[in-house]
Design a protein around this ligand. Structure first.
Ligand code: TRP
Length: 341
């Protein structure tokens, strides 16, 4: 039996951080063995908010290199660039006729982006969810791993697919409705920024986010100045969220023994004084984080030096993606009736 198809897109803006790694990338790595995976770089989507393309080429190569360095295998996964597959744009056009202005204007991400970029409320921004739907249904992917912020887009993709089938399917399901996918009931690890204010970010709060591109010294510096306090006042205290966050990070990159050691210190007191020394904990965390990030960073940097290799990966991905996309488009065109000879 053929494997079920899973698809996801990554925007090429900003740097991958460890919140992305443990939230999303790690799941892709698992999926590539279990499913027929399609992963692409959403460069068209980035144009909706980043009209200046001077950083686009670097951004696209970096996303590819970092994901491959993390373990995404271009031999297993169909890994491609969105703009290499023009079939997506044609399907986007057809779906646009089935998307209503009112529902697009009500989309949460649209409203947010209007607030952020009031001087660039372009039609591409409005129809962002339609392009995303085209990305998904062009390969007739049944599953999409999504975080909370993308659930509404996926629901819209289902609506557009359903409308298409209703209008043009003549009783058949031409475009399957994509479902949200997650492992373990969707309990994703949440990683806060190192100052405890919000999540780590691809493009903001940079000194409190750990990027896969950070060098050893930078990792050390960020962790050593992360937010802590005087320490717990009584034994077995509840941890404030910024302390819990350091433990979360430690659980992800340190050994179980190391975590247990600091948990024990956290829960102990001696003559009314807390035992844990956050400075020691941070030093240990910094070294373990460096051991985790450094090999990924080095691999990614090597790949970024080797444009030929990345080009080979992109072309192979493009060919596989276009084969699947043109097959869908053929059926779509026939269903709509835009076939004249
Ligand atoms: N909108 C997604 C994001 O902001 C990126 C994306 C584009 C995507 N097309 C997609 C994700 C298709 C999943 C499926 O992260």
């Amino acid at each position: 039996m053929s494997k079920e198809r899973v698809l996801t897109g990554i925007r090429p803006t900003g740097y991958l951080h460890i919140g992305n790694y443990f939230g999303a990338t790690r799941n892709f790595l698992r999926m590539q063995d279990d499913f027929d995976c399609f992963v692409f770089v959403a460069d068209w989507h980035s144009l909706t908010t980043h009209p200046d393309t001077s950083e686009l080429q670097n951004g696209v190569r970096r996303v590819l290199a970092e994901n491959i360095a993390c373990g995404l295998d271009p031999e297993k996964v169909t890994l491609y660039i969105q703009s290499d597959v023009p079939e997506i744009a044609e399907l986007y056009l057809y779906l646009n006729m089935l998307a209503y202005k009112g529902e697009l204007e009500k989309t949460t991400t649209f409203k947010e982006k209007v607030r952020q970029h009031p001087d660039n409320v372009n039609a591409g921004l409005l129809t962002y969810p339609v392009l995303q739907a085209a990305d998904i249904v062009i390969h007739r992917a049944g599953k999409v791993p999504v975080g909370k912020d993308q659930e509404q887009h996926l629901e819209m993709a289902r609506n557009f697919a359903q409308r298409f089938n209703f209008r043009y399917g003549n009783g058949d399901i031409i475009l399957p409705e994509p479902q949200a996918f997650s492992y373990d009931g969707g309990d994703l690890v949440k990683i806060l920024s190192l100052n405890g204010e919000g999540k780590m970010s691809k493009s903001e709060n940079e000194m409190n986010t750990l990027y896969l591109a950070d060098d050893d010294e930078m990792i050390r510096k960020k962790i050593m100045k992360s937010k802590t306090d005087q320490g717990p006042e009584t034994e077995n205290s509840i941890k404030p969220d910024y302390i819990e966050n350091l433990f979360t990070l430690m659980k992800l990159v340190s050994t179980a023994d190391t975590v247990a050691y600091f948990e024990e210190k956290y829960n102990q007191s001696s003559a009314g004084n807390c035992v844990i020394r956050y400075g020691d904990m941070k030093k240990q965390l910094a070294e373990d984080m460096i051991a985790f990030i450094a090999p990924i960073r080095q691999k990614a940097n090597e790949m970024l030096q080797n444009k030929e290799y990345l080009a080979t990966v992109m072309k192979a991905g493009r060919d596989k993606a276009r084969a699947s996309a043109s097959e869908t488009l053929r059926v779509v065109r026939r269903a709509i009736g835009v076939t004249y000879y």
